[in-house]
Design a protein around this ligand. Sequence first.
Ligand code: SF4
Ligand code: SF4
Length: 227
Amino acid sequence: MDLTAKLTILERMLAIYDRFVAEFDLACEKYCAHCCTANVTMTTLEGYRIFAHLETSGGLERLEGMAGLSHPDRFRPEISINRMADICARGGDPPEEQLNPEAGPCPVLIDDACPLYGVRPFACRCMVSARNCGQTGFADMDPFILTVNDVFLQHLEHIDAQGYTGNFADVMQFLANSENRSRYSTGRLGLPPEGLVSNQPVFVLMIPPDHRARIQPLLKEIRSIQV
Ligand code: SF4
Ligand code: SF4
């Protein structure tokens, strides 16, 4: 599948997700940015979408030195979500991921607003809460939303199975390099550089038994996407 087709699938999946999450009563609003931390992760496909947006709208300079602007102890995944699901399904122990709660704000956040809002990573889009996290200290998320989030993350990795997953800043830093972008857009990526991990297809979806029936309509929608 070529990159244009992957980007089209990504857009359609995000539209499905937005319709799904709009059914919930959420406290999320503009200038509420407690969830905008340096720990956000994404796939290379999502990073490429951001790059393409900045190339068209201006603002590519935001990518320069992105990794240097982010907290040095930002979250960097050791494995992708599909790899983790695979290990768990086989009865193995996935590595314990360490997330630094003191990693500070996302490096692109300006005055508590996201300049990339329309093309923000799915990990930002799916971070929602029924109550303001600033008041509660945590996100109050319906367990079914958590399950749906995992399923979307797994499918997003699946369509970018030849790409990488990593911290937002590391993926953007990687794609800021024209040679890396060229290798990515032509499907010629090799082993990931330090800080990024390889994606893989979905082998098993992480759906708890009590959500299996409820999630079927969404799965049907995702699987009916055609480009
Ligand atoms: S997830 Fe929490 S911090 Fe983020 S916008 Fe929603 S209420 Fe605000
Ligand atoms: S990319 Fe935007 S929405 Fe995501 S964490 Fe950064 S500022 Fe927040």
